[in-house]
Design a protein around this ligand. Sequence first.
Ligand code: SAM
Length: 485
Amino acid sequence: MELRKSVVFGICAVAVFGIGYAVYWDYLRQTDPEFRRKLKKSRKKAAKQKKAAVEESKSKTADFIRGAVEEVTKESFPTDVTAKEKFFMEQVAKGETLFAGGESGYHDAALCFYKALKVYPNPVELIMIYQKTIPEPVFNLVYEMMSVEVKKKQAEYFGNFPPKEMNVRIEEFSQSSTSDDYIRRVLISTKDFAPGDVIFTEQALASALDPSLENGEFCSHCLKELNGADFSDDSDLFGAVYCSKSCQEKAMAEYETLLFTTRDDDSYSNEAKLKELVKSGRVKYPLMIARFLAKMVHEETQKVATGVEEEYSTWDHIERLRFLAVQPSDKESKEITLLRELFKTKVPGMEEFISEERYLMLKGKLMYNAYGIYTEHNMGAIKENLEETMRSSQPTVIGAGFYRVASYIAHSCNPNTETRFPDNNNVLSIVATKPIKVGDELKISYIRVGDRNYSNRRSELETKWRFKCTCIKCMEEAGEVGRSA
Ligand SMILES: C[S@@+](CC[C@H](N)C(=O)[O-])C[C@H]1O[C@@H](n2cnc3c(N)ncnc32)[C@H](O)[C@@H]1O
């Protein structure tokens, strides 16, 4: 009773005092200039203190997030399904208990939810569930952790890629030209090599035969000449043939099933239209792009099915590659419409993903960085296609391949490497043609040099790749002095 009385009393006293104080306050504010000055000063101070407190809390949160991402990067998570499920349930339950305890538990709760994401088979789906079920400040922390992780991974890209066993690293430097400043990326050797040594070997990220060779004589997947071998699939509307069971299976899993095996014999179907476009139009890039996009879908599906995620996605790899913007024409509009229609019925969201800008960028990257694939048995198989940018020092190519690492090699008319396709398929080897020391830049010839003079070579490079060749050979022949490429 005493306590209650004193409490009531206390409240009244504060209320009365409070009102009186407010009246006094108002009075002073209106009349006393000295008081107004002091008030302004103390308000400024309070605002400053508040700002400092907010900044401190922000910086503490940022430190916590960085630390959490660092911790999670180093942590090893369970790999088998039962252990994953157990770990997931534990983290979610812990997170719920922590946030239910109030704000002081938000940081640790977010860390639990972030860890749970690491073992959940479909993280995107889980994020959507989190958004609906956990308090907004906790969700924002989880979201922030994810974006810090993505930024960290991207910033470390050239430290992690290419893998050490490829014997090369990528070096970046700024370059200024008359029209713009840009970053050049080149390939540097991390080992010594003698002429004839294979520096690295690389699988194609995407490749396609010259459409005139999609005639049953070459493997549609690895581009190898069939020589009698014939693996094909009746359900394949494209009519692709393969040199081995393994190529057939890979093509089916990665892109062919998605692109061409919807049982729709209608000649107006999108599948039939793509086939028609590729085979009659002598264009391989729409097919390469369709395969590339299908492979991306496959990558995502695999990730969900197996819970195993590659460190960098296909998209991460192509993002850093230089390209020439392809100018949109009727041809590109037709290609875009066709691919959007084709994917629309197969993969939700893909129609929106294939925007004009993205398609042109992708086409530009593929065309600008592709290597011409030549094999021993096809000399004279097709004429050189002068309209396309495709790096090749060989007169005849059977198709084009797009490679993650070799794309970075710069041109020289006096190169120290060359491309080889030792298995007569799309697997590329970069081979030393001169002695190479650790730290040397790898150079390749994008064009046939032969006995062509420098202005002839420069003109082809200017037309196709839009740069003026400043290699030693060109500079010497042109009587130019200065820095060489
Ligand atoms: C296919 S990309 C090769 C990757 C490129 N090195 C990069 O910076 O990402 C071709 C581009 O590299 C640059 N490049 C390659 N060889 C060059 C050279 N000899 N002189 C000047 N620029 C060159 C040009 O910008 C050219 O358009």
